[in-house]
Write a new protein. Sequence first.
Length: 76
Amino acid sequence: MHIVTCLRCGEEKEGLDEPPLRGEIGQLIFEHTCRDCWSEWFEQSVNVINHHGINPALPEQRQQLYEIMKDFLDLG
């Protein structure tokens, strides 16, 4: 079991089993986000995509989604 100190909730909790995304952003999430806060983001991301009309298949719009995600998860 992977324990992290989550930047969003500030608690030591169970982390993710593996980075949820490729690259540096995935590693950042893996190291600093608990399973509970990631689940909250995953649910919220649908609302964010719909509200902003984001198409995650397009790199520039995916980057916009990542910036919103980083804010939500307090990843700076």
